[in-house]
Design a binder for this molecule. Structure first.
Ligand code: ATP
Ligand code: MG
Length: 266
């Protein structure tokens, strides 16, 4: 069940619709006519071997690499014509494969930085600290605290972010992404470097973001136990092209997927 109370189905109009996208880096075809749909209210994962094009897919969606062909739509609206900051304003928010925490800022300040697309005031207003500025800042701080509370880091709000253990820094990134009020949250290997207990907690959190906050999630992840546990749907990429899409059970039973990817560990 999703946050909308409906059982997700591939026939639901997707929130995100990537159709026939091609991305090349010189002679490297990172994505070739790739389709990837994320139905609203689901956790939908993108898996595949190293170099399959998963991060490139997130980069194409968020406007960080040029797309040579295809279409990318969010709720039916074309994203390809928009620069990255305008895509963020439509509600597409991501985290990165490598940790992107500002270690010298406090935990709370890191999360407040995630709200910058929602806070508008002039430099003069911030220097003079006008009542309007102080109201906006207080609202931003409150919202950031709510996000820290959601990921279980509220007690650490005033600590320098660099003092947090690695696993908590990953949660901090999630809190910062939530502070941007995403419609679609794209997570690039959030479990990388986490131990099994931290990974289990992350799984609970991902499902809580979907079920309690109603945020749709696109998950890129190598930890197959996590992927199969939290996902409504899974798309498998191989050499830049989708090999299979379906429910976790369907994908795990697909002989081509087992041969190309899932069989690797056995
Ligand atoms: N900016 C770039 N310039 C040149 N080649 C790139 C660039 N980004 C990605 N590539 C290449 O595109 C292919 C896909 O890379 P990508 O990072 O999307 O894979 P991935 O599925 O995320 O892999 P991993 O699981 O290792 O993170 C690889 O061959 C990679 O070397
Ligand atoms: Mg990657």
């Amino acid at each position: 069940m999703t946050a909308t109370g409906q059982a997700p189905s591939p026939s639901m109009p997707p929130l995100l619709d990537v159709a026939g996208v091609t991305v090349r880096f010189g002679g490297i075809h990172a994505l070739t006519e790739a389709d990837f749909a994320i139905p609203a209210g689901t956790v939908t994962s993108l898996i595949g071997p190293n170099g399959a094009g998963k991060t490139t897919m997130l980069n194409a969606i968020t406007g960080m690499v040029p797309v040579a062909a295809g279409a990318i739509r969010l709720g039916g609206e074309d994203l390809l014509g928009l620069p990255p900051h305008r895509r963020a304003a439509t509600g597409v928010v991501r985290t990165f494969q490598n940790l992107e925490v500002f270690t010298s800022l406090s935990v709370l300040e890191n999360v407040m930085a995630g709200r910058h697309t929602h806070t508008r005031y002039s430099i003069l207003a911030s220097l003079v600290r006008t009542p309007g500025f102080r109201r906006v800042e207080a609202a931003c701080r409150n919202r950031a605290m709510d996000c820290l509370d959601f990921v279980g880091l509220a007690d650490m709000a005033d600590a320098p972010a660099g003092d947090l253990p690695y696993g908590s820094q990953r949660l901090l990134e999630m809190a910062r992404a939530l502070a941007a009020d995403p419609k679609l949250l794209l997570l690039d290997e959030p479990a990388a470097g986490l131990n099994s207990k931290e990974t289990a907690r992350l799984g609970d959190l991902i499902m809580a973001v979907r079920d309690k906050l109603g945020v749709t999630i696109g998950l890129v992840e190598h930890d197959m136990d996590l992927v199969m546990h939290v996902s409504d749907f899974v798309t498998v990429l191989n050499f830049g092209h989708p090999l299979a899409s379906g429910t976790p059970d369907e994908v795990q039973a697909d002989p081509e997927v087992v041969r190309a990817y899932l069989g690797e560990d056995e």
